[in-house]
Every structure is written in structure tokens, then in C-alpha cells.
Design a protein around this ligand. Sequence first.
Ligand code: ADP
Ligand code: MG
Length: 143
Amino acid sequence: MDKLEIETHSPAETAAFAKSLAEKAEGGEVYCLDGDLGVGKTVFAQGFGSGLGITEPMASPTFTILKEYHAGRLALYHFDVYRIGSEDEMEEIGFYDLVGNPEGVSLIEWSKLIEGILPKDAVHVTIEKDPEKGFDYRRIRVM
Ligand code: ADP
Ligand code: MG
């Protein structure tokens, strides 16, 4: 995917951007979502899910690490690796079976914590705040 940078001014705008990416997904994509706590990674994931046709409510799978959704056009494998102790634990939760699987799309919140095992062709989405630009401002870089 080409490098892309956008600015949003509401959660709805961030979700809409993610939704537009989901509508183009073909399966096998891996989106790494990074940025501080509360920056909007889960908002992005929710928008992405809606773009696949998932209507179930989605929250960060902080305690389970993984939540799968199968009601959409493609499966969605939503990881939140914030509480992972080591990269080795990812095998137990089925990471290697799901990531890059052509039947679904993977979203990985806090991917930097498992940097060493991410696929080389993963798309990196970094979300940042800028206090000078207001509470709801976010800069989203895709690369
Ligand atoms: P994370 O998963 O990164 O910890 P969440 O997505 O759970 O963060 O929370 C993001 C919070 O920021 C939500 O409360 C959301 O309403 C708020 N927010 C405000 N502005 C934006 C924006 N432009 N994009 C995304 N979220 C925003
Ligand atoms: Mg989250």
C-alpha cells in the first residue's frame, strides 16, 4: 500500500477512514495499529469491522489478546497484544495460523510489542494526537 497521511477531527471520521480501507480489502492483509493508549486504535478497528459488514459491537480484546469475527464479508482477526508477555505467547493464541490468512484481515493493536514476528508486508497505521490542534484531532499515517 502507498504511504498515506490523513488528519481526522472526530472518532466518526477515523472510523470512516478505516471503513474505506476495509471496503478495499481482499483478504490476507495485516494492519498494525500503533499509538498511545486512547489514541483511537479501537475506533479504527470498529470502523474497519463495519466496512467488512460486521455489526457486532467490537472492543479491544485486551484480556483475551484475540477476538475473531466471522459475520462479515471477510473474517476479522482483532488482536490487542498490550498484555502479551513475550512473542512466544503468540503461538499459543493461534497468531501464526491467522495472520496473513487469505480468508480474513488481521488488525493488531500495539503491534510494536511483537515487532520481531510481524509479516514483512504488514501495513503500519500510526495514530497520534497533537494537543495544539484540539482534543479530537488525530494524525493517521499509513505505511
Ligand atoms: P485505543 O484503542 O488506541 O486505546 P480507543 O479507540 O479505545 O483507543 O479510544 C479512542 C478515544 O479517543 C475514544 O474515546 C474516542 O471517542 C476518542 N477520539 C476523539 N477524537 C478521535 C479521533 N479523531 N479519532 C479516533 N478517536 C477519537
Ligand atoms: Mg484499544
